[in-house]
Write a protein that binds this ligand. Structure first.
Ligand code: NAP
Ligand code: G4F
Length: 330
């Protein structure tokens, strides 16, 4: 039975990946931070077979302890301060968790499996780093592939670039089996309510049910390449099953504006977004990423990764899930 350790197990991807790896017959361990983390109950309810280990990406001793406890074949580093907008208010925390956190985990892996010299392929633990399309920032080309230059536009993007390059550096320096998945935006019913597609689906449900009147958004012309998280975690797993470690762009290959998300979400319940959405300059970012669109050719041809849920179905799935959640809350 293979063993996996997932950091960020309480997050959207952590729960999807746990579910998927358990289905594949893995024993799954999840890193949980904090003394009284309220999200522990969500993991226990949704993926009860995950074994919780306590630890924090800012505390290397705890990472070594988690690795010793889990004795994993594979480590998926999904934990991060992942909300781009907040990264301008908490840049140091973002650098520490999202950037240095990856380095701490890589060093912890080296520590528990015994450091190896350059050129020698360290046997043992395979490592996945959750890199992000936010690293492309002010994109140098459209669509973006593994060869596109990075130009991050937020402290979050900068921290992810560090984590990305340190992962490649550990692969090249120590022969670690370390892969980066450069994932484009992916959501679903488990998406945090701070991210725009979930903010919209939740508001649509509440407006439809008469619980709210309107929704305030920022830049509706920004474009992203959105897919379904349940599809994307399969690509993470596939990367660690290859003969050689490598980096892959994972996305749908289509971009859509925030306005299109709102159009589809409101019209799904028979409403017109223009009657309910207002724009607030306070929600615009100090530096925006205008257009992200993936070129997922390598993931499709090398990994054989094929997403099943379309952008439109994703938005409708999220609205339906929020309608159910908000109705049952009443
Ligand atoms: P998410 O829902 O925001 O989850 C983030 C996770 O990180 C949570 O489990 C959180 O724990 C954990 N975490 C935060 N700080 C931590 C710390 N100091 N120590 C340990 N754990 C900590 O994010 P997601 O959407 O699942 O994304 C997973 C990863 O992929 C993230 O690294 C994200 O940056 C990256 N990514 C996401 C997307 C996307 O569109 N979803 C795209 C590209 C890359 P708590 O629950 O305790 O806060
Ligand atoms: O939903 P967002 O906050 O996601 P963003 O910034 O693209 O980041 C997400 O995807 C990244 C991958 O590219 C991940 F690495 C990251 O962890 C996260 O999952 O914002 C999307 C777009 C932005 O252009 C933003 O300006 O939506 C625009 N937007 C407009 N109004 C809004 C809002 N974003 C949010 N969160 N809230 C709004 O009211």
């Amino acid at each position: 039975m293979k063993r996996a350790l997932i950091t960020g197990v309480t997050g959207q991807d952590g729960r999807h990946l746990s579910e998927y790896l358990l289905e594949q017959g893995y024993q799954v361990f999840g890193l949980l931070r904090g003394q009284h983390n309220p999200k522990r109950a969500i993991v226990e309810r949704e993926v009860p077979d995950v074994r919780i280990l306590e630890g924090d990406l800012t505390d290397q001793t705890s990472l070594i302890g988690a690795l010793q406890g889990a004795q994993p074949d594979e480590v998926y580093n999904l934990a991060a301060m992942s909300f781009v907008a907040l990264s301008w208010n908490q840049p140091e925390l973002t650098g520490n968790v999202t950037g240095l956190g990856a380095l701490r985990m890589l060093e912890a892996i080296r520590n528990v499996q015994g450091s190896s010299v350059s050129g020698h392929r360290a046997a043992g633990i395979k490592f996945y780093q959750a890199s992000s399309s936010e690293m492309f920032g002010r994109a140098h080309e459209v669509p973006q592939s593994e060869r596109t230059l990075f130009h991050p536009r937020s402290p979050y993007g900068v921290a992810k670039v560090f984590a990305h390059h340190i992962t490649i550096n550990y692969r090249e320096s120590y022969g670690m089996f370390a892969c980066c998945g450069i994932l484009f935006n992916h959501g679903g019913p488990r998406r945090g309510p701070e991210f725009v597609e979930r903010k919209i689906s939740r508001a649509v449900a509440r407006i439809k049910l008469g619980l709210d009147k309107g929704l305030t958004l920022g830049n509706m012309e920004a474009k992203r390449d959105w897919g379904y998280a349940g599809d994307y975690v399969k690509a993470m797993h596939l990367m660690l099953q290859q003969d050689q470690p490598d980096d892959y762009v994972v996305g749908m290959g289509q971009s859509h504006s925030v306005r299109e998300v709102a159009e589809i979400a409101f019209s799904h319940v028979g409403l017109d977004w223009r009657e309910h959405v207002e724009i607030s300059p306070s929600l615009f970012r100090p530096a925006e990423v205008d257009l992200l669109e993936a070129d997922p050719t390598k993931a499709r041809t090398v990994l054989g990764w094929v997403p099943e849920v379309s952008f439109e179905d994703l938005v409708r799935m999220m609205v339906d899930a929020d309608l159910e959640k908000e109705s049952s809350r009443q």
